[in-house]
Design a protein around this ligand. Structure first.
Ligand SMILES: *Cc1c(COP(=O)(O)O)cnc(C)c1O
Length: 382
């Protein structure tokens, strides 16, 4: 049996078409896009072409796409950039309590530099209530950041609704869409966002590249200084092969998004049903309907997730506990605790994230391995 990869929220395998696009771009457009000679011009044109494809995908203008090294840098640029550029207006930041660490930690640093950070609560399903945003907005609020879809439990936030009321108050609005770009339809005007984070490697593109959408006219300070590439927001020679890979990944995602989404949701729900039939004491985390199609977060009573993951891995099924970046830490996930999930329930949580490689034929095997492993562990508790 081939190993089965069910950790697509941590990263996705690179699409073969993406690898081809990257290789060809690296070979043909090796010059510096800022150079004035013909090879430089060719690279510049190629960069512009790829930027347009990406911009069109989210309903943006090409000059509103700022290429970065990925989701983490985009989040940092959004948070630090908006906070620093607007600190004369105020020093209050409002973020959800289930943000990715790239947002949370950036805000933590800023709170040590005289900024005041408020955390929005979420309900049991991991949703932010737009009314809470309204209540927490202050005269000195300069940025609101609420992620589009959560990487641990998959809950999708009412971004458009939040965006409209944040805009009414004249405050900048950022959403981390690293988990939703390429999976859900995204249009920056419909979502009413000023800043939007995208990471390439969550959508079958290469690692180390992404972008921050920055609405025209947004007051934002750069993080890095130098040659003033990317409209001055992000100096440094552009990673053109990576950008070509990202553009190619988005084109492929666009073509298959709806079909892929409904298939994944179907497989995910079938897997949950199969597990519910064979096991007791399992609870689903996240919103029942407003959720990423491929994400299944389960809390399994009576097992420790790190042990279960090891056992599953020995049997060739690869899943994760909560988020990939926190696997090594012993603290319960901040997402699960914000959702009001007890530490004991959180301790037995598995994140199963399906993707393009997940096949319907494999479901019975996956369900079987999962339930037999849980039963095995429950018989011999560690
Ligand atoms: C993966 C991820 C990031 C970080 O992106 P990198 O490209 O790995 O730096 C940020 N936010 C969310 C929601 C993510 O899932």
């Amino acid at each position: 049996m081939e190993p089965i990869y069910l950790d697509h929220n941590a990263t996705t395998p690179i699409d073969p078409g993406v690898i081809d696009a990257m290789a060809e771009t690296a070979r043909r457009f090796w010059a510096n896009p800022s150079s004035g000679h013909p090879p430089g011009l060719a690279a510049r044109e190629e960069l512009a072409k790829r930027r347009s494809v990406i911009a069109r995908f989210i309903g943006a203008k090409p000059e509103e796409i700022i290429f970065t090294s990925g989701g983490t840098e985009s989040d940092n640029l959004a948070v630090f950039g908006a906070a620093r550029a607007n600190q004369n207006k105020g020093r209050h930041l409002l973020i959800s309590s289930i943000e990715h660490h790239a947002v949370l930690e950036s805000c933590k640093v800023l709170s040590g530099q005289g900024f005041d950070v408020s955390h929005l609560p979420v309900d049991r399903d991991g949703r932010v209530d737009p009314d809470d945003v309204k209540k927490e907005l202050r005269k000195d609020t300069v940025l609101v950041s609420v992620m589009h879809a959560n990487n641990e439990v998959g809950t999708v936030q009412p971004i458009a609704e939040i965006g409209r009321l944040v805009r009414e108050r004249g405050v900048l609005f950022h959403t981390d869409a690293a988990q939703s770009v390429g999976k859900l339809p995204i249009h920056v005007d419909e979502l009413c966002v000023d800043l939007l984070t995208c990471s390439s490697h969550k959508i079958y593109g290469p690692k180390g590249v992404g972008f921050l959408y920055v609405r025209a006219g947004t007051n934002l300070s750069p993080l890095s200084y130098g040659g003033a590439q990317e409209g001055g927001f992000r100096s440094g020679t552009e990673n053109l092969p990576g950008i070509a890979g990202l553009a190619n990944a988005l084109e492929t995602a666009e073509k298959g998004m709806q079909k892929e989404g409904s298939l994944l949701a179907q497989l995910r729900d079938a897997l949950f049903e199969a597990l519910s039939r064979s096991l007791d004491g399992i609870d689903l985390n996240g919103h029942m309907t407003s959720r990423l199609p491929g994400t299944l977060s389960l809390s399994v009573q009576g097992v420790k997730s790190s042990d279960l993951i090891t056992l599953l891995s020995q049997k060739g099924v690869f899943v994760s506990a909560s988020a990939a970046c926190t696997t090594a830490s012993i603290h319960p996930s901040h997402v699960l605790s914000a959702m009001g999930i007890s530490p004991s329930r959180a301790a037995g949580t598995l994140r199963i994230s399906l993707g393009r490689s997940t096949r319907k034929e494999d479901l019975p095997y996956i369900a079987d391995v999962l339930s037999s492993s849980v039963k095995q562990m429950r018989r011999r508790p560690s």
